[in-house]
Each structure stands twice: as structure tokens, then as C-alpha cells.
Design a protein. Structure first.
Length: 114
């Protein structure tokens, strides 16, 4: 049986993020959350491609690997600058506990890649 307790906590954290007054969020937090939401689909696609590469590698499917590597490289290059910028923003948020918690709540809201 799976407990719904972590789901309730995540829901509560998302509620706090959404219901918090707009003026309390720093510009860095707003930028970080916006960037996170924008790049999340690409990060999920990269995650999926990495899984496919692992399967093709395990099966010694060179033809499939040759098709997947350019896709993986392209998405990795596309994300590189945004992920570097997001990392810098996260470093700035680390000095403010409420901003850091709000950012982590936004990450929970987006969830894991399938």
C-alpha cells in the first residue's frame, strides 16, 4: 500500500507557492521558476533519449545509437546555457530560505520525468 502522505505534503507546498503574495518572491526566484518550467520538457526528452541510448548500447544496436546520439547531443547543447544560468540562479537563492523552499516546491510541482 502506497502512502498518500508525500503527495499531500507536495500538494500543500504547491498551495503555499501559489497562494504566496507575488511581492514576496524575489526577481531571481521568479526567473528561476520561469526558466525551470520552460526547460523541463527538454530535460525530460533528454532523459528519455538517454534511456534509449542505454538500451541500444546494451543490445549492441549501432544503427540505433547512430540515430540517437545526434538527437541527444542537440538537446544537450540546447539546454547547456539554460542549465548553467539556472544553476547560477539557484546559488543566489541559497541565501534566502523562503526563496529556496519556493523553488524546491516548483520543482516538486513539475514532478519527475516519466
Amino acid at each position: 500500500m502506497v502512502s498518500s502522505h508525500p503527495t499531500r505534503i507536495a500538494g500543500f507546498l504547491v498551495f503555499l507557492l501559489v497562494s504566496a503574495p507575488v511581492f514576496s518572491a524575489s526577481p531571481q526566484l521568479e526567473e528561476a521558476v520561469s526558466l525551470l518550467r520552460r526547460i523541463h520538457p527538454d530535460q525530460c526528452q533528454r532523459h528519455q533519449l538517454r534511456g534509449q541510448v542505454m538500451v541500444a548500447h546494451r543490445e549492441h544496436d549501432q544503427k540505433r545509437l547512430n540515430a540517437l546520439f545526434p538527437e541527444l547531443d542537440a538537446i544537450t547543447r540546447k539546454l547547456k546555457a539554460d542549465e548553467s544560468h539556472l544553476s547560477a540562479l539557484r546559488d543566489q537563492l541559497s541565501g534566502n530560505a523562503s526563496d529556496q523552499n519556493a523553488f524546491e516546491s516548483a520543482m516538486l510541482e513539475l514532478g519527475q520525468c516519466d
